[in-house]
Ligand binder design. Sequence first.
Ligand code: BGC
Length: 724
Amino acid sequence: MKKVIERHPFEVKIKTFLSLKNKKETIMEQEKLKDLLKQMTLEEKIGQMTQLTPTFFSESGEITGPMLELGLSLEQLNSIGTVLGTHTKEEVINIQKNYLEQSRLKIPLIFMADVIHGYETIFPIPLALASSFNPKLVKRMAHLSAKEAAAAGIHVTFSPMADLVRDARWGRVLESNGEDPHLNTIMTKAYVEGYQGDGLTNKQNIAACVKHFVGYGESQGGKDYNTVDMSDVVLFQDHLPSFKAAIDAGAKLVMSSFNLFRGVPVTASHYLLTEVLRDHLAFDGVVISDWAAVSELVQHRVADSKASASKKAFEAGVEIDMMTDFYLNSLPDLVKSGEVSEQMIDETVMRILELKNELGLFEDPYRGLNDNFTIEEDLRLESRKIATESMVLLKNNDQVLPLKPTEKIGLAGSKATSRDTLGAWSWIGEIDASIAIAEAFAETEMIVDLAEQIVDFDRFQLVDKVVIAVGETGTEAGEAASKTNIKLTPQDIETVKQIYQWNKNIVLVVYSGRPLDLTDIEPYVKAILYAWFPGSEAGRAIVDVLTGKTNPSAKLPISLPRSVGQMPLHYNHYSTGRPFNEENPTIRYMSRYLDVMEGPLYPFGHGLNYSEIELIEANIVDKQNKFIVHYTLSNKSDVDGQEVVQFYIRDCVSEVVRPVRELKHFEKVSVKANGFYQGSFEITIDNLAYVHSDLKRFTDPGKFELYLGFDSNAPKLGEWEYQG
Ligand code: BGC
């Protein structure tokens, strides 16, 4: 095969950080930082490389419980570099003030936190945001949550999570962009652009820390913190592109992941944290460990002491040790005995000082807190709008939705009156401040009959339609929330079956942080609105969609399974030697399960709306080394709507086995009622490239099948041949 677009993974890019600012000014600042570094003792330098929670910073200046536990001295505390997880602006001011009074060199602390989908105002969970298929929406959400977090003194967020996830059992699927590398890459970039905005000199922006580098999404069995074993081809092809996008968009920090790679915990992987991250991806920011991961090298049994764990992690490339005393209590001796290079420590500390400098902390340690910034946007309203665009209408038989103002509605289910709508990582946002569905209905003119008890369901024979809200609780998905059973609870299932006896016009609303197995319940309901965890304005956003005030437009960013046994399930699985034969599904020796229908209940990319949008025309115009796809959509309904046009390819012959289909482009477009939309996009040979067995990424000459439509089962549009 002839090779084109040669690009070796280990090619080093030219560092570009100097171009961000005036070069001369930056060099001067660098000199100042170098002077500062020269004044620092070894212990002070290593202090900068440790992160602790606020509980360590007691105002009394005495050694308190957590410090005793970690065996820290006051001197060590007074040289710490960063803090994670403050709750209020006042807490930040106090800690910073006390610290600056006590510490010798008065290098301000950086405050970091998990601002994942909002700070106080909670937006939909990331998996829901990915469902919008609208990167502008994600960018806006990140921009707004940055403003709110910055006003509370936060400088860095541990977001976005760029891990590719294909297993609904894993609780952290909630924090992901789902199963597709292209969608994940586009959304990850949008988060970084939103948080960092026009740069960190703007005190309403915060720095992004992309995580978890890398491979965490493939935890075996969907069990959190579990082993990962993947090939380099999969790493380079599927898992690195989202991180590359974040780094290219300027993400200031990277967090290493808990999992193994090639048998080595990533925290100790020089290959990943230095060769891949620094040399190949040209990352020049700060690398932070995940929570206590440096000490976990001992639990993994690849180190037997603080010293050996610290040496391994540091030499691999971990620069900030999150929440252990390992670096503090062992790196100084390792440097003094010559086992660890002080020059490497200096390079690390310079990077941390540069970040502090870029955040403007040397000029203003209370960054943004004295400026009385006002947030002009109505964040609750923004959250409501964003949520309506992030919930997926999976099914709508007999056009049971939207509900009409004249209809009498029954409302039931474990979630009908629940304010548990925020989802994991909403540690500042308050559940009590969120809006339940019943509350939102009460704000409308509609007649809604609420039944909280199963015994009451016979009265639903008197209503036109019944909305049943069911699903997971907020603690059932997220970190350390893996499950082997991803069905609704028996009570939720029972509610639906009971109501079905009295009324067949059932609309199911599902709250969840993962794709659930709805197989049992699906035949009983006419419509399904998959709301995920929509955030603070959940109830209002759901009612907006149910009543047609907002036309839904979201799509599944992850396949909805028929059974938990299908995990990991994703549309872009590799071609097998014995592919499932749809025409003859009973053939035995095929890649399939005996006891469940092949494929998902609802596919990746699926999602309905209240319009009737069709693809009425499409063609491919061949240009040299690229082609253009032109298409026309028509909307035959009286309702303005949006569709996500999705373009997939299938590489007919390749050197390593490729997925059966791959999403290569999507665009969300608006089509006016009874109107048309004409669009086009370009696909270049670079879009068709893949990672070969030697880890080089390039495009082979040959044939590609092309598919265009509104989900991952999109019909074939044609073929295109790359001549090479
Ligand atoms: C999680 C990270 C998170 C960190 C700090 C860890 O347990 O894995 O995603 O950013 O804690 O809260």
